[in-house]
Design a protein around this ligand. Structure first.
Ligand code: UDP
Ligand code: MG
Length: 346
């Protein structure tokens, strides 16, 4: 009997590589009005450096995604005072860093796409090394912080605990790599096939695979403005990382359940034996403590299960992962042929 296997593996053939790849820089911006003039000035310098090395890299586009800013960010993007080729994408509201970045990535039109933060904490010079690694065949190049001296002790401590927790949960991540990375169009087209609503890009890109390289850089201080990642958003991202990529918390709960049930069994055995020896159990503690213990264990278990059910609920809705309000181009920006464009609302 002839049998044709179901095609379940996505195949990214990718276009043949250009000798001088076109590059796009994707930068999510949430209330970065203070930052933008500095960012433009710094990127113009990078562009000039890259122009000088035109043998290895072609034109550079800058894709700025305004993630529901409430300050002047969008007007600064619309009337970008720079010689750079800028494309501005305005999201309909604050979708969060990961979604804003994804919106930019999916709308970039280039052979190599580099994602970075707006605050210049990621060293733009490292992009030169990233391009060199791409030229040698890497499809994904991870920017990894060589030192975290400029971060607060809390940020350093929490980051260390965070990577420790994620790796103990079996999540595949590159330590000290956030979202400063280069991806080839081929890698990005594959990423576009991941249909999930909950985005934790640094984990997803690991799932995409392909040949990858690492580039080290020193993380600078935020050049202007304040962090747009308050503790609440940081905890949200950490939870996202665990619950999007690992079901180990569920297993731990199950094992805990068995351990507690085992203890209860031993308790019963002990009381039967004690009863056999004619000793009555008078302890109040032995009744009340297990009630609280089990009550607590149940609640934790329900909470963890709820977290996953919540995810299933969200995924089944298959909502758009970002909604674009407007797209503008200035300078020599080429008309975009996006990888996956969401319908513009206007
Ligand atoms: N950002 C965003 N949406 C948000 C929060 C942040 O687009 O809801 C952007 C922000 O403008 C910056 C990047 O994400 O370009 C990283 O944020 P930030 O530098 O504040 O984070 P930190 O470096 O403090 O972790
Ligand atoms: Mg930052």
């Amino acid at each position: 009997m002839s049998y044709s296997p179901v095609e379940f593996v996505s195949r990214a053939e990718g276009a043949p590589r250009r000798a001088r790849p076109h590059m796009a820089l994707v930068i999510p911006c949430h209330n970065e009005a203070e930052m933008l003039p500095k960012l433009f000035a710094r990127l113009e310098r990078l562009d000039a450096d890259l122009q000088a090395a035109r043998a290895t890299v072609g034109p550079m586009d800058v894709v700025l995604v305004d993630d529901g800013s409430t300050d002047d960010t969008w007007s600064l993007v619309e009337s970008a005072k720079t010689s750079l080729a800028v494309t501005g994408i305005r999201l309909s509201r604050n979708h969060g860093h990961q979604h804003a970045l994804f919106a930019g990535l999916m709308n970039a039109d280039a052979d190599v796409i580099v994602s970075m933060d707006a605050d210049l904490q990621d060293d733009p010079d490292a992009i030169k090394d990233m391009i060199a690694a791409y030229s040698k065949g890497a499809e994904v190049v991870y920017g990894v912080r060589g030192s975290r001296d400029t971060d607060t002790w809390f940020k350093r401590w929490s980051a260390q605990k965070y990577y420790g927790l994620l790796s103990s949960m079996g999540v595949d991540l590159i330590p000290d790599h956030a979202d400063f990375r280069l991806m080839s169009r081929k890698a990005l087209e594959t990423l576009a096939e991941f249909g999930e609503t909950n985005l934790f890009l640094r984990g997803l890109v690991r799932q995409v695979g392909f040949r990858s390289e690492t580039v080290y850089y020193d993380r600078a201080e935020r050049a202007a403005g304040e962090s747009k990642y308050p503790l609440r958003k940081m905890i949200g991202l950490a939870l996202e990382g665990v619950t999007s990529f690992s079901i180990r918390p569920l297993r731990i709960i199950t094992m805990l359940g068995f351990a507690i049930a085992g203890l209860a069994f031993l308790f019963t055995l002990y009381s039967i034996i004690a009863w056999g020896f004619g000793q009555t159990i008078t302890g109040w503690t032995s009744i009340v403590v297990p009630i609280y213990l089990l009550g607590g264990a149940h609640l934790i278990a329900l909470g963890v299960i709820g977290e996953y059910i919540g995810k299933i609920y969200q995924e089944t809705k298959r909502r758009p992962r970002f909604i674009i309000d407007q797209v503008v181009s200035s300078g020599a920006a080429r008309s975009t042929t996006p990888i996956v464009a969401q319908k513009a609302a206007s």
